[in-house]
Design a protein around this ligand. Sequence first.
Ligand code: GLU
Length: 273
Amino acid sequence: MLLTQRILELMKMSINIKDIRRVVIKVGSSTLTGKAGANLDPKAIDDLVDVVAKLKSSNKEVIVVSSGAIAAGLAPLGLTARPSDLTSQQAAASVGQGLLMARYTQSFNRFKITTSQILITLEDITKETHVANIKGVLNSLLKQGVVPIINENDTVGTEEIKYGDNDGLAARVTKLINADLLVLITDIDGLYDANPSTPGAKQINLVSDISKIDTSSLGGAGSAGVGSGGMITKIEAAKVVTSAGIGMLLTRISDLTSALDGKQVGTYFLPNS
Ligand code: GLU
């Protein structure tokens, strides 16, 4: 590697929050449900909202991409675990989406921050008129100080239920609205060079060349059994944003503030120059 290239890389190694104007934060079902799995954990939502409020108070624009609709819909339907068939999952999401938004609204109210609900599918992002509308609405909401909360429209879209838990959706939204950073909240403290339960697995703080990541040994969906993502969909998301010149951070909620302060926690994927 050329020396100048290496110097440039070192300069970009951690996040400089001052340079960040617009950030997308994605949180998955297993983070929002804690250990119980079948119910929203109000504390997890409050913890996330606390960080978002802090970012807003320093004039950052924040968009939240949140799963949790299926998980929130389980208990009202008398279910204790995520159903295996797609239609029942979509029905649970339909019950849970309103409950999820109610919980966010309540939590953001503590800071007098207005939220909005946006439901889209990955397919919408391939349609020119839909993209223009999504961009227009998001920009208008951000200008008015609102925190938009995006989820997949689960009744019509099934991609993220099947294998994304909104990782792919978050990456595409980040690119579409020219955000400066995508944050994917995970249950573990970052990316490891092997499945983290393997003895000797080491955490990776910085990824400068995503093509070198060996995805074959990485973990699957979240620990509570209510999500559908995993490390592989997170790496795919990183490919989408970094190739568009946007950095991506993988971190636990509890480490998010430190990571945004430039500390070496979580895993930061450098944008391609
Ligand atoms: N849209 C889904 C939800 O809110 C996300 C996908 C998933 O959880 O697998 O639950």
